[in-house]
Design a protein around this ligand. Sequence first.
Ligand code: PHE
Length: 340
Amino acid sequence: MEEQLKALQEQMEQDAAAVGSTEELSAFWQKYLSKNGSVSGLMKGLRDVPPESRPVVGKAINQFKVQAEEVYQNLRARIEQAELENANRSEQIDITMPAVRRSTGALHPITITKNQMIDVFAGMGFEIFEGPEIEDDDHNFTRLNVAKNHPARDMQDTFYVAEDIVLRTHTSPGQIRVMDREKPPIKVLVPGRVFRSDSDATHSPMFHQMEGLVVDKGITLCDLQGMLDKFVQTIFSGDVKTRLRPSYFPFTEPSVEVDVSCFECGGKGCPLCKHTGWIEVLGGGVVHHKVLENCGIDPQVYSGIAFGIGVERIAMLKYGINNMGLLFENDLRFLKQFKD
Ligand code: PHE
């Protein structure tokens, strides 16, 4: 018995040395300490030991049991500790590690400019109206006082979709659509894409305009200048002013070309303003009485002002862009400069 115990003890020490995981630990427990384990086996075998030797052998078995339990507890503590350390290591976070940067999109400079323009006029009480990009000749020309064969049709190189159907050459047909629907007082802004067969550094076959229309009793050119002053001051700089120059549009009379005093040189003269101190920014005028009549509005009672602003032109001036193509090529190196 004594020898058996000794062999078992040696075996146990060997087994203990090989335990490295929870599974092995549990196998160790099964082998030595479970109901069917070696210790139980020894206890059962005590029956066969002569009664006089039983106290001694029983004591030895007991000692072995205590020893096996102690070995087991030590192993368990070691393995738990090792597993905890493992878990800690695998869950470790290096808070000094730079975060993965996710690049976000940004608004296109045309959208930024358009939004700013809408903001200025919305602040003055303008509502927004959007008309169709494909227009009939009637809205795009005739009812704007541009009759068939009118030489002014040549001013705008029109894309025809079908006979009498065009890609709108300006946002002015929005005036007609609004006045057909609403009666004065009217104060609307018509932003949108327009199309002309024209392409160079300052022209693109598709570009954006923003039409303004105000119709009420007693509206004059002064109202136009007052609103546009506020507009250019917000968009460019607080101390710029506007200048109206006589011009011609079939749908306004009088018609004006609106210049802004050069925000780059303050009016002294520089390359941006071509040494004139002024930069042309938009066209406008007093709504022609025929246009009001064409929409059933009595020009004896009401008057109106209208203006058309090129969004690309404003963006190019604002950001110092010298080629309109840049606004449509969508080169990321260009676009990323507008990310705020
Ligand atoms: N529609 C004109 C253009 O495209 C601009 C304009 C709008 C002029 C309104 C006068 C009044 O050039």
